[in-house]
Design a binder for this molecule. Structure first.
Ligand code: UD2
Length: 317
């Protein structure tokens, strides 16, 4: 029997969760459509049963969920600007896909679904840190889509008794994050460019801040969420982050040391749908999951730079 399904298994976060499960000796199935996932991310996951499939197709969801006990739902089009350019595409691959997956999970008798939520749900409110009791105020189509997924999670818990757990991620970064698209996360883009000696662009004045979360913390939180007692976590939503924030300007300075890039950033107009400051209150995850970050920002950034330096994600110079 396959115990775990990871959606988005060829994506950055999905492949990292799958790798951790395989390392523990678990039986894992992965599904990915390769819209944003990469075949090269499956390297090292040969023990995983892999389905090339699309969650917007109910039959692919049914095939993926068959015989599974726990699902990690990481598949998404994870980008604010991408959703601004194509809101319907983001809705299809984030909302419709999530609903199809939940229906298939319920029908297949899956016990628990752990869902990748997004800090974007909090919107651009000035209150910091963001805590789970705050009213959601999504300001981009992406944020709306990720929030709709959360609400489907809660509804499927209440109505069908599925054990759903939403983890609201805050700007995850680390090895295997795609640095090649202009929809990529900022740290992946900056690492790639600065290692290649290219000038990175900062949108806005660079004083916007993020609770950048190294991937190992997210993997750790997911494994805890899968194992936590249902009476504590079923139907719950919680932040998964580090509880500290840093500006883009400061991050650029640290990256300059780590990459030996000697230039200055280029400043450009702020992106629409962008949020000024983001910082998580992580007490709820501490209480419900006994979660504590395992790798701090600087160490995570160092490991990430080392990985990009050694990987072939960098284009030839
Ligand atoms: C949002 C969510 C995050 C996650 C992500 C999708 C917030 C606070 N965070 O991230 O949790 O769901 O969406 O994967 O909503 N930037 C530059 N130069 C670049 C690229 C980006 O300056 O080349 C800026 C960008 O304008 C923003 C910051 O860097 O101010 C972070 O951008 P991002 O795309 O990495 O992530 P963000 O915050 O939209």
């Amino acid at each position: 029997m396959t115990k775990y399904l990871v959606t988005g298994a060829a994506g950055f976060i999905g492949r990292s969760i799958a790798a951790a499960l395989l390392k523990r000796g678990e039986s894992v199935r992965g599904i990915d459509s390769f819209i944003t996932g990469k075949r090269s991310n499956l390297a090292g996951l040969e023990e995983m049963e892999f389905i090339e499939g699309d969650l917007t197709k109910p039959e692919d969801c049914a095939r993926a969920c068959k015989g599974v006990e726990v699902v990690f739902h990481e598949a998404a089009l994870a980008s604010v600007p991408r959703s601004v350019a194509d809101p319907a595409g983001t809705n299809l691959h984030c909302v419709t896909a999530t609903l199809n997956l939940l229906v298939a999970a319920k029908d297949a008798g899956v016990r628990r679904v752990v869902y990748a939520g997004s800090s974007s749900a909090y919107g651009d409110t000035p209150t910091l840190p963001k805590h789970e009791g705050m009213l959601p105020k999504p300001i981009s189509p992406y944020a709306v889509a990720k929030l709709a997924g959360e609400q489907y999670m809660q509804a499927f818990n209440r109505v069908y008794g599925l054990e759903t757990v939403t983890l609201r991620y805050f700007n995850v970064f680390g090895p295997f994050q795609d640095p090649t698209s202009h929809y990529s996360g900022v740290l992946a883009i900056f690492c790639r460019k600065m290692l290649a000696g290219e000038q990175p662009t900062i949108y806005g004045d660079g004083e916007q801040s993020r609770d950048f979360t190294f991937i190992e913390n997210v993997v750790h939180g997911n494994l805890l969420a899968a194992a936590a007692p249902a009476e504590k976590v079923a139907g719950q939503m919680m932040n998964l982050a580090t509880g500290s924030r840093i500006t883009l300007n400061e991050t650029f300075r640290i990256l300059r040391e780590l990459t030996a890039y000697s230039g200055e950033p280029r400043y450009a107009e702020s992106r629409s749908g962008d949020i000024r400051d983001s910082l998580a209150d992580i007490h709820l995850a501490e209480e419900l999951l006994d979660y504590k970050p395992v790798v701090n920002f600087r160490e995570g950034l160092k490991r990430t730079v080392d990985w990009y330096r050694e990987s072939d994600a960098l284009p030839p110079r």
